[in-house]
Design a binder for this molecule. Structure first.
Ligand code: EPU
Length: 335
């Protein structure tokens, strides 16, 4: 473990915000984690890949940088394999590991920034797949009792971009490992239109999981800014759900509105479209703004302040509310 004091968080957040933390501990084992927690009185924040956080000010506490590593095959049968993955593994590296070993299911989730530990936290999802359908258990350390707890899929209370770790148990646990059940035979999911058209452009009719991964990577690279080049944290807002009744009113007023009826009496609306209709897509304010190819993504071109980006997000929430009567919710954590 390393412990640094009064250090910049610039290299530790993909938004590229330059704030300081009082302390930063890099955690490489659960024992180290227990040790530092048993001697700590400061506020704590757990950082995985730093890809879903907007820092708006210096942090007067202890940041735990998760560097727990390792992938273990813990069980398998004729059709499935169970992998227990340490939470500090880089998400995309884990996806690549699965593809190389022909463990199927993660391919649609290629190139999502962040760590394995963050994947259950916000139930990451993309191109028709959500990680909750592959997670069988989450292991986590309770920050106060320092006891390890095991959460079944049910215990996790997964929802769209949410879980118990973002709601009832927010701030109470450090996720140490996640167990995934993956298929030995591919079950290719190309229901999301963009994958289908990308595979056609690649002239592939019988895709392998590697082809699907490549198609997803191509789509992401064409639409989403690379955090190594332009600071961002992916979708800044969630796609909102409205009642079916409200959706009907919206469809009458705005016939082209992208809408996705759910099976619980609600309809999901594309937040990117709502923001674009309010004139924000590609809008820049000096060194920050809204991405030009995907209005859900706010960007830091260089040295922007977290507070400026936060204020822009509030302005967007107000504009969308005024025009459509929908209150957007931030997906990114704000500190
Ligand atoms: N759209 C616009 N303008 C925009 C952006 C989108 O009109 O600026 C429209 C598109 O034309 C399309 C619809 O909105 O009709 C949906 O767009 P897209 O397929 O790009 O997906 P999204 O709903 O905007 C979500 C996830 C992404 C994920 C993609 C693909 C959320 C908050 N975001 O975006 O996840 O990659 O679907 O599955 O659910 C992330 O969470 O960080 C993220 C990037």
């Amino acid at each position: 473990m390393s412990l640094q004091e009064n250090i910049s968080l610039l290299p530790h957040n993909t938004f590229g915000i330059d704030v300081k933390t009082k302390k930063l501990a890099t955690i490489t084992s659960v024992d180290e984690l227990k040790n530092i927690l048993s001697n700590n009185l400061s506020p704590i924040y757990i950082l995985g890949g730093g890809s879903n956080i907007l820092f708006t000010k210096d942090f007067d506490g202890l940041i735990l940088k998760n560097e727990l590593k390792g992938i273990q095959l813990i069980n398998e049968n004729e059709n499935e394999v169970y992998l227990k993955v340490a939470s500090g593994e880089v998400w995309h590296e884990f996806v690549c590991y699965c593809i190389e070993n022909n463990y199927c299911g993660m391919e649609n989730l290629s190139l999502i920034p962040g760590s394995v530990g963050a994947s259950p936290m916000q139930n990451i999802g993309a191109y028709g797949v959500e990680v909750k359908d592959f997670i069988t258990e989450v292991e986590a350390l309770h920050l106060k009792s320092l006891k390890i707890a095991h959460f079944s899929t049910n215990d996790c209370e997964f929802d769209y971009r949410s879980s118990i770790f973002k709601t009832k148990e927010k701030g109470n646990y450090f996720i140490t490992a996640v167990t995934f059940r993956l298929n030995k035979q591919p079950n290719i999911n190309t229901t999301y239109g963009a994958i289908q058209s990308e595979l056609e452009a690649m002239e592939i009719s019988n895709p392998t999981i590697k082809d699907v991964s490549k198609a997803v990577i191509n789509i992401r690279q064409s639409k989403l800014p690379d955090p190594k080049e332009i600071g961002n944290a992916g979708s800044f807002f969630k796609n909102p759900s409205v009642s079916n009744e409200k959706a009907e009113q919206l469809k009458t007023a705005f016939p082209e509105i992208p809408n996705y009826p759910q099976n619980n009496g609600t309809t999901k609306i594309a937040a990117g479209w709502l923001i674009e209709q309010c004139g924000y897509k590609g809008k820049t304010y000096g060194n920050y703004g809204v991405h030009k190819k995907q209005a859900l993504v706010l960007v830091n071109y260089s040295n922007a302040k977290g507070q400026e980006i936060y204020d822009l997000s509030s302005e967007i929430i107000n504009a969308v509310n005024t025009k459509f009567g929908i209150e957007l919710e931030r997906e990114v954590n704000v500190l």
